[in-house]
Design a protein around this ligand. Structure first.
Ligand code: DI6
Ligand code: FE
Length: 416
């Protein structure tokens, strides 16, 4: 006889496991939890006994859909200030590059982030995090990259770890020291790359504050050669890498990332056919960021058909940041990925579950509903999973289970 901690019955399960239909659907399903793990998944009919005899707690999902917990695999959630004024300037006709070259852009957020203490950064990020949590996000990646000196980068990473300690969410942290050249290194970009590689990366690796390393490879940021140096250093220190690649131009970022067996290459609007093939060969996930595409008024779409044809897994993320994607809704990204990039709703949902987990190197643990996997899942008041991508600005989340326990405080579990 099973002895589970909790059991949910009467759910329509979108397991997102590969093999059945696009959603891995199990109709009239049940899902059991022991500790923080999924202990059993299947149809109610196949349960090995009466629900009450199987688990200490039985929840009736009331016919709601249940999906894996949503995963936002690319955010810059922690930062100081905002850039609403630059948003106005862009509307007045200035380009993102012009604003960046004029000392605005990332650098203005760097000034605000350096000026804020850790507690302030945590507090400001909490407001944004609350929106993500209310929509069923159970795992979120958070990058540094607005400190650009060791102390400020460490402050950002600490703030990210504190968000994890204080809230019912899993946080994956990323060191993005090579995001921009800080003002004190103006005209000395090579010296800044030295600092990143020789001092910041070793110190960050030693601190254990970063799970992965990212860089911004772009004409307004770092060259492929500089990016490769950062990645070689990360590899030496045992940290996996990912890359902001081919967002504004094709510098061969996707292929570069693939050459370092990057977990993901992100943005990818200008990625070439060779880049796509290299990603397919290395198993690098393509992280699509429709929020930045939309806000920047970009017209060149990432090569979605080529990713499909080559079997490159596509993930989807908010890129929540103060400049190019002030987005605090992952569900909105599902809609944008469908309307702007032509993903199917099922591909979009896979992009914030199964493939997002892979993009974080957590594919063995998260992103699908299956026995032995982490018990992170969401109940939805919807009639079909395509609704998750269909509505603009509706939050139909009816409850969240994180690490096996109903999450209190944000989206209360309404099922009895
Ligand atoms: N690409 C982006 O879209 C963000 N960072 C990056 O490397 C933009 C960051 C910002 O403008 O603050
Ligand atoms: Fe980004």
């Amino acid at each position: 006889m099973a002895d589970w901690d909790a059991l949910w019955i009467n759910g329509e399960l979108a397991t997102m496991a590969v093999g059945t239909d696009a959603y891995g659907t199990i109709s009239d399903g049940a899902i059991a939890v022991s500790g923080d793990r999924i202990a059993w998944v299947g149809t109610k009919e196949d349960l090995p006994g009466q629900p009450d005899s199987l688990a200490a707690e039985v929840h009736d999902a009331g016919g709601r859909w249940i999906t894996p917990g949503l995963i936002d695999c690319h955010t810059h959630l922690v930062f100081g200030g905002d850039r609403a004024r630059e948003f106005e300037m862009r509307l007045e006709g200035k380009s993102y590059e012009e604003i960046a070259r004029a000392g605005g852009g990332i650098r203005s957020t760097v000034a605000a982030t350096r000026a804020a203490d850790e507690g302030t950064l945590v507090e400001q990020a909490e407001h944004r995090l609350a929106n993500f949590l209310a929509e069923g996000v159970t795992t979120i990646e958070i990058k540094s990259g607005y400190g650009l000196d060791l102390d400020s980068e460490v402050k950002m990473l600490r703030a990210a770890r504190r968000l994890a300690a204080d809230h019912p969410v899993t946080v994956a942290t990323t060191f993005l020291g090579a995001h921009a050249v800080p003002p004190e290194f103006e005209g000395r970009q090579a010296d800044y790359v030295d600092l990143v590689c020789e001092q910041m990366l070793p110190a960050v690796a030693k601190s254990g504050l970063a799970d992965t390393v990212d860089a911004f490879c772009e004409t307004i940021a770092f060259t492929p050669e500089e990016t490769a140096r950062v990645f070689e250093t990360a590899r030496r220190l045992g940290l996996p890498v990912k890359l902001h690649a081919d967002q504004l131009s094709d510098l061969g970022g996707a292929a570069l990332a693939a050459g370092f067996e990057a977990l993901s290459a992100d943005h990818l609007e200008y990625t070439s056919a060779e880049g796509v093939e290299a990603m397919a060969a290395s198993g690098t996930v393509a992280v699509l960021l429709p929020g930045a595409y939309f806000v920047l008024g970009e017209t060149q779409r990432p090569p979605i058909d080529a990713f499909r044809a080559n079997g490159v897994p596509m993930a989807l993320a908010s890129d929540c940041n103060p400049g190019s994607s002030p987005a605090t809704s992952l569900l909105l990204m599902l809609n944008m990925a469908c309307t702007l990039f032509g993903l199917s709703p099922a591909e979009a949902l896979a992009g914030v579950t199964r493939n997002a987990a892979r993009a974080l190197g957590l594919g063995d643990e998260l992103g699908t509903l299956g026995v032995g996997r982490r018990a992170d899942f969401v109940l939805w008041d919807i009639g079909h999973p395509a609704e998750l991508a269909y509505w603009l600005g509706a939050n139909l989340c009816a409850g969240v289970v994180w690490q096996g326990r109903p999450r209190a405080g944000d989206a209360p579990l309404r099922a009895s």
